[in-house]
Design a protein around this ligand. Structure first.
Ligand code: NDP
Length: 331
């Protein structure tokens, strides 16, 4: 393993955007470690992906307690690579983690209690070898725990110095408005919301984006490529090295029906006409909203990060291109 000397030009390689009304700027694309960073994945490929992302000015890496498999292993691997490659660059990185999905047995290893969130954050810090994370998220709302308790735990994470900023993920518009108000009362502003948002899942457009603008929080959409569907990956069948081929994956091969492939091919046609890849088109389509701070991609190969990064140089989507996309999505 060679010593990592990051590209000195990295900070002119990507635009940064302010996250809501905070002081924090994030790169327009961020890298998530949900897939391809677990104990089952090659550590050297993980290192290559992280180095390449950082060389391109991607300063934000997103994790969660349960990323793997096995759960926790993505944080462990990230911690290893942080130590060997990024030790001199901690203050240049925005590292996030989350708690909210099942992590350990018993009543304190899931959902949104203060007990779970703070114990989980301590475990995450230990796995990554960090004193603090930059953003700590409640990973999902808990219907049985008072929101005051969950937000209180997130605020404690910040006030105790274990996290710098507060985030929520998978909260609907009404829950987001309440969460932001509770956090504000506790003196810890809501920095960011992490919802799913892509051409095939547009729930945020109804109300959430307006609420985020109202409360001054940023937005980091996850699965912007619908886990790879909105790319050239599945245009000719299901490649053996793709997410849909992996046994423990959330992207099931059965979802890739001929009707869906026809839609993806039509979208690919729009991308082709403007000389872009479908993955680039899907990211530019999200960035059309002022509320979107950064788009949270996943990647199994360096070329995928390069592809999306180079798409950021392109002109925003024109009205006729947006109309063509709408027509395909409605069909
Ligand atoms: P994407 O929708 O970006 O899917 C990533 C996959 O798309 C890659 O693994 C790769 O598939 C394929 N891909 C990426 N770029 C290209 C390209 N340029 N050309 C062709 N194929 C490409 O995101 P994810 O679903 O991975 O989610 C991103 C992150 O969001 C996660 O890592 C995690 O941090 C976060 N997340 C948060 C959740 C939450 O509840 N808060 C839930 C889910 C994700 P392949 O592997 O097949 O090569």
């Amino acid at each position: 393993m060679s010593q990592f000397l990051p590209d000195p030009k990295r900070y002119s390689a990507i635009p940064y955007a302010r996250c809501g009304r905070s002081g924090l700027k994030l790169p327009r694309i961020s890298l998530g470690l949900w897939h391809n960073f677990g104990g089952i994945d090659q550590l050297e490929n993980q290192r290559t992906l992280l180095r390449r992302a950082f060389d391109l000015g991607i300063t934000h890496f997103d994790l969660a307690n349960n990323y793997g498999p096995p759960p926790g292993s993505a944080e462990e691997n990230f911690g290893r690579i942080l130590k060997t490659d990024f030790a001199a660059h901690r203050d240049e990185l925005i590292i996030s983690t989350k708690a909210g999905y099942p992590m350990w047995d018993g009543p304190y290893g899931d959902w949104g209690s203060r007990k779970y969130l703070l114990a989980s954050l301590d475990q995450s810090l230990k796995r990554m070898g960090l004193d603090y994370v930059d953003i700590f998220y409640s990973h999902r709302p808990d219907p049985e725990t008072p929101l005051e308790e969950t937000m209180g735990a997130v605020a404690t994470a910040v006030k105790s110095g274990r996290a710098l900023y507060a985030g929520i993920s998978n909260y609907n518009a009404a829950q987001t408005r309440r969460a932001a108000a509770i956090l504000k009362d506790l003196g810890v502003p809501l920095l960011i919301h992490q919802p799913i948002y892509n051409m095939f899942n547009r729930w945020v457009e109804a109300e959430l984006l307006t609420v985020l603008a109202e409360v001054g929080a940023g937005c980091i959409p996850f699965s912007p490529l619908a886990q790879g569907l909105l790319t050239n990956r599945y245009l000719q069948g299901i490649p053996a090295d793709s997410r849909a081929s992996k046994p423990a994956s959330f992207l099931k091969a059965e979802r890739i029906t001929p009707e869906l492939v026809a839609k993806i091919q039509a979208l690919n046609g729009v991308a082709h006409t403007r000389g872009t890849t479908l993955a680039q088109l899907a990211v530019l389509w999200l960035l059309r909203h002022a509320e979107i701070t950064t788009v949270l991609i996943g990647a199994s190969k360096v070329e995928q990060i390069d592809d999306i990064h180079s798409g950021l140089k392109q002109a925003p989507l024109a009205a006729d291109e947006l109309a063509s996309i709408e027509k395909i999505l409605a069909g």
